[in-house]
Design a protein. Sequence first.
Length: 308
Amino acid sequence: MPQNLTLIVMAAGLGSRYGGIKQIEPVGPHGATLLDYAVYDALRAGFGKVVFVLNEAIAASFEERFGTTIARHCEVAYVIQRLTDIPVEFAVPPERKKPWGTGHAVLSCKRVVDGPFAVINADDFYGHAAFETLAGYLTHAEDQNGFYNYCMVGYTLEHTITEHGHVSRGICEVDADGYLMHIRERIHIERRGAAIAYTEDGATWITLPNNTIVSMNIWGFTPSLFAELEQRFPIFLRDNVSALAKVEFFLPNIVGDLVQEERARVKVLHSDAQWFGVTYKEDRPRVQQAIRALIAQGIYPENLWQGA
């Protein structure tokens, strides 16, 4: 049966590559951010609640900024992703500053989400069609036949690369029926001349086909994911106890493990959209130009929330 849908927006990143709080960086008229456009698209597609995952450093400015726009049009919850929110048998290394990763960000939302939900980054543009497709799938999503019933929107790698540095993407293998077979997060992918390649050590580069399907962290889940995250996070910390200063609990890797264990089926909902985001400050002019073009086409209003 149709269900109410929640959108989780991961906005706790520190923006180290960007050099500022990119989650609230204006890219459209009247101060609109990429996050504004994503939530606007999600609400049009049928999502009714938005949960923002924040870090303590930006929480006040974030709530002030979006409390007068988004919060007027839907139910909103704010969740703080804290470094100290880990099992008691572990300690946070003094040198660790970054959050624990996207899997931990979603786990932080377990008390405020009780139905099917989508997950996105705060600083990526996904396009209206992506949210329509997600909502159409999630509205009837139920775990069945011993499998969790999840989905993701997959993008073509060559459409998701910036010219100004490296990016992180979940590299996917998809079967003939459109289901995810394997996914692994690669945290350093960039253009190398005419090719696209990734490196794990900064020295060895592995080329990826331009048409590789990648995850941009736009997912659809049933609430069953929370129990899996809660169970797997302490195991992850224990397995990486000597590297807790830098390791991250990546959501794509957890999903990939569930697929490999035959616990979950993940339908890949493909998108040919051209990605744009603000990974680096040099990306901002291109993003602003793209937004202006979409407004000129009538896809978005000039003033996003006025009269919405």
